[in-house]
Each structure stands twice: as C-alpha cells, then as structure tokens.
Design a protein around this ligand. Structure first.
Ligand SMILES: *Cc1c(COP(=O)(O)O)cnc(C)c1O
Length: 362
C-alpha cells in the first residue's frame, strides 16, 4: 500500500513559526477541513489542540461532527454550514458561519424552537471574493437582525481573494471595506465582537491586518503559496510508493493507454501503484510530473491510469520494490510537484485518496 508519511514534529514547527509571527494576543484558528488538507483529520486536529490552537475550523458540519466523535472539545467554527444540517450542528455544539439572511433566519428558528440562548455565531462579509457572505452595506441591518437573545455574535470575518499577491488592488479594496465594517460595529456597539481576515499567506503578506485572529490551514502543512515563505516552514507530508514492476522496452514500444508514450530509444520503465483514483491526476502524465527514485528524477510517461502510472527510469539503479517519492520534506515539495501538473498544493494534498495509508511519525 502507498504511504503518506506525516511528520508531527513538522506540524509543531509550522505552528510555532505562525505563533511567533502573530501578536501574542491574536488568536490562531487551526483549519482542518478536507481531512486536514488530505492528511489525517483526528491525529492532526488532536495535535493542534495540544499545541494550543484557540479554535479549529472545518468546511462542513459533518467534518465538525467527526471531530466531536473523536472526543475533541475545542470550539469548532464551520465555514460553510448547510441549512439541512442545522440540527446536527447544534447537537455537536459547532459554531456556524452565518453568511446569508436565509441561513440566519433558519438558524434563529431552530434555536428558538429549542429555547437556546446566546449561541455563538460568526458573521461572514463578502468584501470582494464574491463567494459567500453578507454585502458590506448590510452591516447596520445585520447588527439589528442579530440582536436577538438566541445569538451571541462572536466574530466578524471576511476572506481575501489573493492574499499571496501584494500589491493587489482587490485585496486593498477588501481590506478597506473590512475596516469600514469594523468601524461601524465599533460605533454602534459598546462591546463589539472580534474581527479576522487572514489565511496562511495573509499572515506572511499582510501582517498588519491580523486584527484579532488568523485562520491558518495550508501553512500548518508547510506551504504558504510562495517559495520564500515555504522556506520558513517544513512540509508535514511525504508521499511514497514502491515500484511494482520494471520493464525493459525497445525503441518504438508504446506505453500505457492509447499509446500515450512511445520509447524514443531502448530504456527501462517502472510501474508505480498510484493513479488518478489516488489523486495523481492525468495532468501529471505525459512528462509533466516527475518522481524521485534513489535521489534521481524520473518523468511520468504516457497517460496516468486509474490505479497505476509509469515512469521512465532509464539507467537509475533501481529494482522492483524500491521506494519512490512523489513529494516530501527531503525531496521535491508538494508545491513543486503540484506545479509540474499545473495545479496547487491545496488541490494535490486534499485530493489524495483513501487507498493511501497515513503513517504518523512523532
Ligand atoms: C480554507 C480557509 C482558510 C484557510 O486557508 P489557508 O490558505 O489554507 O490558510 C481560511 N479561511 C477560510 C474562510 C477558508 O475557507
């Protein structure tokens, strides 16, 4: 079975780098959506709690419920809660992002029907990403609408559309709008909620806008969307496999489905037990992606199959059973490998399938 090695000491290193970058009073939310960025939800979340995250954040109610089932008691923010899951959300004591009037009304109805008071909620404003959230000019109306005894508005947040870019006209506009939202709250309320805006790359790129909390996911796994920031972090995950079979092929022989690659000369190819069903998509085929065998790079040739892919190993001194690295802290990083396939570390990591065994290292 293929292995995703997870180095918890690197998670701790990354956590410490982020903690040391932000002010001591700023809260750090550990984002563990999508199986903790494709790693292993429960152990990563547990370790983050031990390290001292102030809150965990997930995408869906189901992810939050899973964390509760693992015995995690830390507050959990749900970024994208769905209306149908409000009963489960309340049962698991998860803190929803409230992003629309419809969600707000449905949540209020559910809370009131159970006579629940002061339920913690987080209001999301759409300052320019145009994904989810209230319009900035809805602030005063929202202050009224959330002034109900069933709610306790804990925080106000927004999300930058390009936090790895600076200067960015859009981010500047978003920051300006967010500051205005904050100013309105502070004018109207004597005891305003707290505010947060930044994700991982925002922490590196817009440090003066950390406000009261930051929400970090990918940086905890060693990536921050720029190689110079990545250099301060350590990749948590290493993806490895063992060579299933080696073939010697003659010039002109075709390899894989639809003869995706034809040997230009006599060479050796190795078949590896990972395919697009495991998250190594077809965009890595046809010499886009390379893997590392005995310290040397071998290109992925032909079309990636569902369960296997082929690499040209030529004269690399390797045999069947030898270990191959797709990415990891000692070889090419997941960001570098992702770029070879014209994608990003987020997509590569979160797409790693369940057939890959997760192995934890202290
Ligand atoms: C996923 C997510 C984050 C974390 O982003 P990273 O770039 O992984 O740090 C923060 N905030 C929101 C709203 C998100 O959806």
């Amino acid at each position: 079975m293929n292995q995703l090695h997870l180095y918890l000491s690197h998670l701790e290193h990354n956590y410490t780098v982020i903690r040391n970058k932000i002010r001591p009073t700023t809260q750090l939310f550990g984002v563990v959506k999508a199986n903790a960025y494709g790693s292993a939800l429960a152990p990563i979340a547990k370790r983050l709690v031990e390290l001292g995250v102030d809150k965990l954040a997930v995408a869906s109610t189901e992810e939050g419920t899973q964390l509760r089932d693992y015995g995690i008691k830390t507050p959990i923010l749900v970024f994208y809660p769905q209306i149908e899951k409000i009963p489960e959300l309340l049962k698991a004591d998860l803190e929803p992002c409230v992003y629309s009037d419809h969600y707000l009304n449905q949540l209020a109805a559910a809370l009131n029907s159970k006579s629940i008071q002061n339920y913690p909620i987080h209001l999301k404003f759409n300052t320019g990403l145009n994904r989810i959230g209230f319009a900035p000019d809805a602030v005063e109306m929202l202050i009224q609408k959330t002034n109900q005894s069933c709610f306790k508005v804990e925080s106000i947040y927004s999300h930058l559309a390009a936090s790895e870019d600076r200067p960015s006209i859009l981010c500047d506009l978003q920051i300006e709008r967010f500051k205005q939202i904050k100013a309105t709250y502070e004018k109207v309320l004597t005891n305003p909620p707290y505010f947060h805006l930044l994700n991982s790359s925002g922490v590196f790129n817009y440090p003066e806008y950390e406000f009261d909390a930051v929400r970090c996911g990918i940086a905890l796994h060693g990536y921050a969307n720029k190689l110079e920031w990545d250099a301060l972090l350590k990749p948590v995950a290493a993806l490895k496999a063992q060579i299933t079979q080696i073939h010697s092929v003659k010039k002109g022989e075709a390899i894989g489905y639809n003869s995706g690659w034809v040997a230009p000369a006599e060479t050796r190819i190795a078949t590896l037990p990972l395919g697009h069903a495991d998250g190594i998509g077809r965009h890595f085929g046809n010499q886009k992606g390379t893997v590392v065998i005995k310290g040397q790079k071998a290109p992925i040739i032909g079309n990636v199959c569902m369960d296997m892919l082929m690499v040209e190993v030529g004269n690399i001194p390797c045999e069947e059973g030898d270990e191959v690295t797709f990415f990891g802290p000692m070889d090419q990083s997941a960001e570098e490998f992702a770029q070879q396939g014209n994608t990003i570390s987020y997509e590569l990591l979160t797409g790693l399938g369940p057939r890959i065994k997760r192995l934890l290292h202290p």
